[in-house]
Design a protein around this ligand. Structure first.
Ligand SMILES: *Cc1c(COP(=O)(O)O)cnc(C)c1O
Length: 370
């Protein structure tokens, strides 16, 4: 079914602009393998995050996750765990398993919907040397309110902290620092559904130059001058995708500002006695707007009403990973009480660039109707 208000409406450069880039690519006879568009795009992504940061582009965030885990933790032998939330997208758990580790699911906290730091500490104390690292997720791309505490926790247990910020390019942590600057590295997705969209693509950002070099090698078959030095694969970003990325970079700040204005409308308009917004979402890149409802009954009812009114809404990240077939036997540390409560009551609303008042008012009205 097609909706009057689709869930995602990506905004892309015009066909004419992309045709210009493509002409240049054909004329140069350089289609992929770190050509001029990719080199410039990687530079701009790194500069956007901050002076000391290096960005390594990838063909997807999933490829970036795989390369980061194998670079930082090494290839596992299925004996160790990587701590992660169950309330996230499947790619993180997939990457952990592909790299030879086992996901260890911990609960989330209620306000930011991020992994719970106390539950994580308890899990680390319980599992000790069986833990190889932490894969934190900035849920829905919104920066957590306690990133300093996460860095301190990882440091105190001497564990790597890898951060899946897939939907968070452009987001800020609560302390004002850019998402992309924390942990050993942060991973972004430029998938068509994310706020910074190029189709398929991603990047890993780090201030560790040696790690960045290793990531470039891993995404290029592990080569160091044609001599395979690491376990690698093909994770490269091709020129036309990087060209689209450069065009998106030019309009990104504007588009972020526009989306935050629309989020502000939601935040003022939605009945806050019945619904709560994700903490710090006003500083997020906002692929969509996440609200937590009172219970599953209210959620399912409003989801239905929105669909009937011609608005597509979703229940991301529900079902959580531990409720999905492939991950249902993964180990759970402690309880997933809050995860289960949130997966039953979470709702994601469309939030498009340049969304009309008519559409945002329609959504607010459906939610606020009794
Ligand atoms: C979108 C997303 C991914 C996957 O990104 P791809 O670029 O499609 O590989 C991974 N993790 C999270 C949290 C995501 O939202």
């Amino acid at each position: 079914m097609t909706y009057k208000v689709p869930f995602i409406r990506p905004s892309f450069p015009s066909a004419d602009e992309v045709a210009e880039d493509y002409k240049q690519i054909v004329a140069s006879n350089w289609f992929t393998n770190f050509g001029p568009f990719e080199r410039k795009f990687a530079q701009e992504i790194g500069n956007y995050i901050g002076d000391e940061y290096t960005a390594v582009t990838f063909c997807s965030a999933t490829a970036g996750l795989l390369a980061s885990i194998v670079a930082i933790l090494g290839k596992g032998d299925n004996s160790k765990y990587v701590i992660m939330p169950s309330f996230t997208f499947a790619a993180g758990a997939d990457a952990i398993i592909w790299c030879g580790y086992k996901p260890l699911f911990v609960d989330i906290e209620q306000r930011g919907l991020h992994m719970d730091i106390d539950a994580t500490k308890t899990a680390i104390e319980q599992y000790g040397d069986e833990i190889a690292g932490i894969l934190f997720c900035n849920a829905f791309g919104a920066g957590t309110y306690n990133i300093e505490e996460w860095e301190a926790l990882a440091k105190s247990f001497n564990l790597p902290l890898i951060i899946d910020s897939a939907a968070g390019f452009g987001s800020l942590y609560s302390n004002g620092s850019k998402v992309g600057r924390a942990g050993d590295c942060e991973i972004f997705s430029f998938h068509a559904t994310k706020s910074f969209a190029i189709g398929e693509g991603g990047a890993v950002v780090t201030k560790n130059k040696q790690l960045a070099e290793q990531l470039v090698s891993i995404q290029n078959f592990g080569f160091n001058k044609r001599n395979a030095t690491y376990l690698g694969f093909n994770g490269k970003l091709q020129e036309i995708s990087a060209a689209i990325g450069l065009r998106q970079m030019d309009v990104f700040e504007d588009s972020l500002k526009n989306k935050r204005t629309i989020f502000d409308k939601y935040s003022k308009g939605i009945d806050s006695s019945r619904y709560s917004l994700q903490l710090n979402a006003q500083n997020a890149a906002l692929c969509f707007a996440v609200i937590v409802m009172q219970d599953s009954k209210q959620r399912d009812q409003k989801l239905n009403e929105l669909h009937e009114a011609g608005v597509d809404a979703k229940t991301y990240y529900s079902p959580a990973l531990h409720s999905q077939n492939y991950f249902k036997d993964c180990t759970i540390a402690g309880s997933l009480h809050t995860t289960e409560k949130i997966e039953a009551s979470v709702l994601s609303l469309p939030l498009h660039y340049n969304m009309s008042d008519e559409h945002s008012d329609l959504i607010i009205n459906v939610l606020n109707n009794s």
